[in-house]
Write a protein that binds this ligand. Structure first.
Ligand SMILES: *[C@@H]1O[C@H](CO)[C@@H](O)[C@H](O)[C@H]1NC(C)=O
Length: 850
């Protein structure tokens, strides 16, 4: 007994003495699947259905007489009947359309839904695509073959979509091989509208024996503060099988490995935008943004799926190795091989899915981008180095940091101001003593071609001119009973939130960003940083807005949650275009959804100054590139904590390869600008940042290509070598563009590493041109000053070699090309040049050399 007490005390003392113990995510703040009504119900349903196996009689079937097929127009409609316990049906609609590029879209909705309340819309939320898509997709014609139990569509040269009527099932074949199977495991579940009374009545016809009613009308999670769940259970769920594959990727944002894990014995991956303070690596907890796009590949072809739903979503993944059929078990032929089974569950909304099947992962990501948009072509300055901290205190501090970069001959483009630059955290104001003359400070920065980025968040402190307008004009979030604006707590204390789903909010937002406004003044080198738009609500459930509050259009927050950040930074984008319609806006966002890549850069939020966050950042950046969001990066050298010099240096050596490259630090962290460590460390960081600037022409060219075709900028090895299954899990090495192979050092004390060469070409050490050759792993020396970077034979890359204080001052510098001949004596590369900041080139003729 005594020993145990002693041990307990000892543990308590260790916790008290170890300052790192204060850095731990409060996991209990976030719902686990079994604490979430809809997730728990759908997992229960999956377990029950799976138990019954082939004996299970699915309740969902396509109603043959209802079929209307429009081959020439590219779509068909049908009813899906959901059978209730007494044999009666609930009608669902099925709309299937074929999109140009041979992508297949299908939508399942509940028809004639009439609910017993008058505040929110009766119909299910069906507008996620309106925000996520870059434009309405064009449809293409198909041929069809109809029998009594099956409809087969053929289109493109190689595609076949087989719809089985009972049970509902879709098998997508590419070049004769099944690639994606929808409702393969009969996990389709659309919780149709029923009243609580109907559900409670004894022998309810609405609740099937395989269903659970857990938390259908109340939310028992401790911090949910009484979610009223006015529409009861309304989730949608469906399963998708990726045939002939064991790997799946995508669905950012998580701080996990690039290759997604089997979730059978643990938590599903969750997509729910939250302000996750001190997040963990190797975790499936939700983070700040959501892209419900998943990709799978094998050596022959690749497929992807886009689940167009903005509600809280969980995804289960099960990897199935090859099974042989025997007399007892009949296994459908198309599943007698390895496959990945996925189960998607959303709290509400409709089933709206686009399926992509192509020859390579590159084509799948590009097809996804053809729907949601390519990355913007950034204003060139935003590809330089950004120096941020919470907080640079005042104008003299900002100008001192600015001149220290020159003193130490380190290039940089942008200095950042976090929340404390405002007067009492009221956005669109400047703290009058610290920043008495922002125009003066900004023109001083402009002298060396530099920029300022300052924080603008969606929460607005109550009782000042900006929030007063929001309340008076009713352009904020509304309380769940719609009686008045929703109030909650954030940085300034009690606040209201601007509702950027509301078109009426836009003209007010434009005014706040106008030339001559209190925030923007006369400056042309000031851009906003849009943070906290998950939204972060300090006193809200799971640190966000209650799900039952109301947005414009009488939609519950529940339905639109994951879109909120996108609507916010899009409103800012439009306001900046209104401010100056020929300058490419730069906005940084933390919250995002599919489509955010069109108008904002993102960063991965509040990471830590620890080695595992350097490692995690690479797989995070690779995953975002896979999911069509290449303009991304992580805070260098960790937001929380104080990096020791070795970690600091290695973090910079990793960070220069992020498409968005920013140094940032928490208010309690010591300053660690590149000159602070001094000596050898500063010398290495200077060289590292200079290497980024040398490579700006290459990076800018890659961005141009991505803005045209939706390709990744930082490529996982498997993206360029999908035929080689050996590299499918490599997420610590990547191609920057398609010619530079990079393997940053991400472990303490490491001075040697193994670099995987994915083919038999010659790769040259980018520093001393030592050649390496032979597919497989090669040992590589990497003392602290060295980043393993190899230039692939047969490529040309453009650089600019002269040191300048900022990218703007490099404008007229000469280009230096690196050429490496392939075995046949040829080399190729690309260079894109324009003025770096206006839309002129996009409007006229591009100037590019190939
Ligand atoms: C909710 O309140 C807003 C603002 O007063 C109003 O425009 C809207 O029509 C109300 N919604 C309903 C369903 O009453």
């Amino acid at each position: 007994m005594r020993v145990q007490l002693w041990q307990f005390l000892w543990a308590a003392i260790v916790i008290l003495l170890n300052p790192l113990q204060t850095y731990a995510v409060k996991e209990y703040l976030f719902k686990k699947c079994d604490q979430s009504g809809f997730c728990s119900r759908n997992r229960h349903f999956a377990t029950e259905v799976t138990k019954q196996g082939l004996d299970y009689n699915s309740r969902y079937s396509i109603d043959l007489p209802s079929l209307i097929i429009k081959d020439d127009e590219g779509y068909f409609d049908a009813k899906i009947l959901k059978e209730l316990n007494d044999g009666s049906h609930v009608d669902l609609s099925l709309h299937v359309s074929l999109l140009s590029g041979n992508n297949l879209r299908f939508q399942i909705n509940e028809v004639n839904r009439k609910t017993e309340q008058s505040l929110i819309q009766d119909k299910r939320y069906d507008e996620a695509s309106k925000w996520a898509f870059v434009k309405e997709p064009e449809l293409i014609p198909f041929q069809h073959e109809l029998s009594s139990d099956q409809l087969i569509l053929t289109y493109g040269e190689h595609y076949e979509a087989k719809f089985d009527f009972h049970p509902f099932k879709l098998t997508l074949l590419y070049k004769g091989v099944p690639s994606l199977i929808v409702n393969d495991r009969n996990l389709l579940n659309v919780e149709h509208y029923r009243t609580r009374k109907q559900e409670d009545e004894e022998n309810s016809i609405h609740i099937a024996p395989e269903e659970s009613t857990f938390d259908a009308y109340k939310d028992s999670f401790k911090d949910s503060k009484g979610d009223t769940l006015p529409l009861g259970p309304e989730s949608v769920a469906l399963d998708f099988t990726f045939a002939n594959s064991l790997t799946v990727y995508g669905i950012p944002e998580h701080a996990d490995t690039m290759s997604l894990k089997d979730t059978t014995d643990g938590e599903p991956y969750r997509l729910f935008n939250v302000d996750i303070f001190e997040y963990l690596t190797q975790s499936r907890l939700p983070m700040y943004g959501s892209i419900p796009f998943m990709l799978s590949t094998n050596s022959k072809h690749s497929s992807g799926l886009f689940w167009v739903n903005s509600a809280d979503t969980y995804i289960d993944i099960k990897k199935v190795h090859k099974v042989e059929a025997d007399e007892k078990k009949v296994i459908p032929e198309e599943t007698q091989s390895q496959r990945v089974q996925t189960h998607w569950m959303s709290e509400n909304g409709i089933v709206d899915v686009i399926l992509f099947v192509k020859d390579s992962p590159h084509e799948v990501t590009q097809a996804y981008a053809s729907i949601t948009g390519n990355t913007q072509l950034p204003n060139l300055f935003s590809l330089g180095y950004h120096q941020s901290r919470w907080n640079y205190n005042d104008e003299p501090d900002v100008l001192d940091i600015n001149s220290k970069f020159d003193q130490h001959q380190i290039p940089y483009d942008t200095i950042w101001l976090d929340v404390e630059y405002t007067d009492e955290r009221k956005y669109f104001t400047w703290e009058p003593k610290m920043f008495p003359n922002p125009d003066r400070m900004l023109s001083k920065l402009a002298e060396t071609g530099r920029y300022l980025v300052a924080l603008i968040d969606p929460h607005l402190k109550i009782g000042y001119e900006v929030s007063n307008v929001v309340e008076k004009q009713n352009i904020g979030y509304r309380k769940s009973d719609n009686s008045s604006s929703f109030h909650g707590h954030c940085w300034p204390g009690e606040s209201v939130w601007i509702d950027t789903f509301n078109p009426a909010a836009q003209s007010f937002w434009n005014k706040l960003h106008a030339v001559g406004s209190n925030f923007m003044g006369q400056a042309q080198n000031l851009f906003p940083w849009n943070d906290m738009s998950e939204p972060s609500v300090f006193d809200g459930p799971e640190t966000t807005a209650p799900k039952d509050i109301i947005h414009y259009g009488n939609w519950e927050h529940r339905s639109v949650h994951n879109l909120n950040g996108l609507t916010f930074h899009e409103a800012t984008y439009k306001a900046l275009i209104a401010h100056n319609n020929n300058i490419r806006p730069f906005i940084l966002t933390r919250a995002f959804f599919s489509g955010s890549q069109r108008t904002a850069a993102m960063w991965t939020g509040d990471n830590m100054a620890k080695w595992e966050y350097v490692q995690a950042s690479i797989s995070q950046v690779l995953t975002l590139n896979i999911a069509g969001y290449p303009f991304c990066g992580a805070d260098v050298a960790g937001f929380f904590g104080n990096p020791e010099p070795e970690l600091l240096v290695r973090f910079y050596q990793t960070g220069i390869w992020y498409p968005f490259f920013r140094g940032h630090a928490h208010i309690d962290s010591r300053r660690h600008e590149p000159w602070v460590a001094g000596g050898e460390y500063t010398d290495i960081m200077r060289d590292t940042i200079k290497l980024r600037y040398k490579l700006l022409p290459l990076l800018y060219t890659e961005f141009y290509k991505s803005s045209q075709v939706g390709s990744p900028i930082v490529n996982p090895i498997f993206f360029l070598y999908p035929e080689d299954e050996q590299n499918y899990d490599i997420d610590d090495e990547f191609f920057f563009g398609k010619s530079l192979l990079v393997k940053p050092i991400t472990e303490q004390g490491q001075t040697e590493t193994l670099v995987y060469l994915p083919d038999d070409k010659i790769y040259y050490d980018f520093e001393d041109y030592t050649p390496y050759q032979g597919k497989g792993y090669h040992s590589f020396n990497a003392p602290l000053s060295k980043i393993p970077v190899l230039l692939k034979a047969g490529t040309i890359i453009p650089t600019k070699q002269r040191y300048r204080r900022s990218s703007k001052l490099m404008k007229f510098d000469p280009y230096t090309l690196y050429l490496t001949a392939d075995s046949d004596g040829t080399a190729s590369g690309e260079l894109y040049i324009d003025d770096g900041e206006t839309f002129n080139a996009q409007n006229d003729n591009d100037f590019s050399i190939e």
